[in-house]
Ligand binder design. Structure first.
Ligand SMILES: [Zn+2]
Ligand SMILES: [Zn+2]
Length: 348
């Protein structure tokens, strides 16, 4: 079968011929219907080097996957060949306290995981291929009626990651509240949809690109702002001086973190989702009182079930363009150039 593989750090992916996987006991092979291209893959190709993460290339890219059950290993029950499924992306040990509640992104026994701190497309072979091996049946989630694999694939990361970040702040997103989404890209535009679908908050979308703001508006943002020197004051003006109850930073560079801190309301949440690697000085005087600052990484398996339900009901629909495996390298190039609107889904 064909697979888009990352041959080494600091290199471009290559489309090559590899053997089809066969499932061992307890394992599942998924015929890929859609594999999302993620901005973090660009970091894998261009920024990471040996030692940055506890795994190394070569491996097949694609950590955002859905398709149909193709083959079941011995002992797998409750799944049938041909059944549409999504693949839960972060693969933990399955046995620690975090994994047992489905939060495998925060596995505390990574030495026992299929790959420490990774998953398919992150150290092990992912879904940018015709077939993908999933090492434990618990990691596949059946798709609800009304959702096909092309729509489901981006929900497993571009949907699940903002869903988790938003869900943990639900108690602060009541009717009088304001949420600010910084960066209306692959994750941010889905974040706007999730805020509108699951809370009563007012949503302000901020980006440096006018087209991204248009996308934010289409996704239901109440107000959009082109990011500039006085965006924080603009947010304060738009909220009667109070600021934003929840700021979701999908970029994570110095300037967006500074904006988030300047725009946050007392007792608000500033959640860093984007892996831009920026820093924010925190002191008694630098952020409003009782602002909680946190990073989040991906989401839990129960949350994936919830976000797939929102997708099936049409409440959350990532904007996606489809590409063939041959076109995948070009899709990543468009993503790097900032000319890709929404998500790129590779359909092998
Ligand atoms: Zn990702
Ligand atoms: Zn674990």
């Amino acid at each position: 079968m064909r697979a888009l593989r990352l041959p080494d750090w600091k290199s471009e992916p290559e489309l090559v011929e590899v053997d089809e996987p066969t499932p061992g006991p307890g394992q599942v092979v998924v015929k890929i219907g859609g594999a999302g291209a993620c901005h973090s893959d660009l970091h894998l190709m261009h920024d990471f080097e040996a030692g940055a993460v506890p795994w190394n290339p070569p491996f097949t890219l694609g950590h955002e996957n859905a398709g149909w059950v193709h083959a079941l290993g011995d002992g797998v029950t409750g799944l049938t060949v041909g059944q549409p499924v999504a693949v839960y992306g972060p693969w933990g040990c399955g046995n620690c306290e975090r994994c047992r509640v489905g939060a495998e992104s925060y596995c505390e026994n990574v030495a026992e995981a299929p790959v420490p701190g990774g998953g398919g497309g992150l150290g092990l072979d992912g879904g940018m291929a015709e077939y993908m091996l999933v090492p434990y049946a618990r990691l596949v989630v059946p798709l609800p009626d009304g959702l096909d694999p092309v729509q489901a694939a981006p929900l497993t990361d571009a949907g699940l990651t903002p869903y988790h970040a938003i869900r943990r702040s639900w108690s602060k997103l009541g009717p009088t509240s304001t949420a600010v989404v910084i960066g209306v890209g692959g994750l941010g535009h889905v974040g706007v949809q999730i805020l509108k679908a699951t809370t009563a908050t007012r949503v302000i979308a901020v980006d440096t690109r006018a087209e991204a703001l248009k996308l934010g508006e289409e996704c239901g943002a109440d107000l959009t702002m082109l990011s500039g020197a006085d965006t924080a004051q603009e947010i304060r003006r738009a909220t009667g001086g109070r600021g934003a109850d929840v700021v979701l930073d999908f970029v994570g560079v110095d300037t967006t973190l500074a904006l988030g801190a300047a725009a946050a309301r007392t007792v608000g949440d500033l959640t860093i989702v984007g892996i831009g690697g920026g820093t924010l000085p925190v002191s008694y005087f630098s952020v409003p009182y009782e602002v909680s600052i946190q990073t989040t990484y991906w989401g839990s398996r129960p949350e994936l079930i919830e976000v797939l339900d929102l997708g099936a009901r049409g409440l959350v629909r990532p904007k996606a363009s489809t590409f063939s495996l041959e076109e995948a390298v070009g899709a990543y190039r468009k993503m790097r150039d900032g000319t890709l609107e929404g998500r790129a889904v590779v359909v092998p």
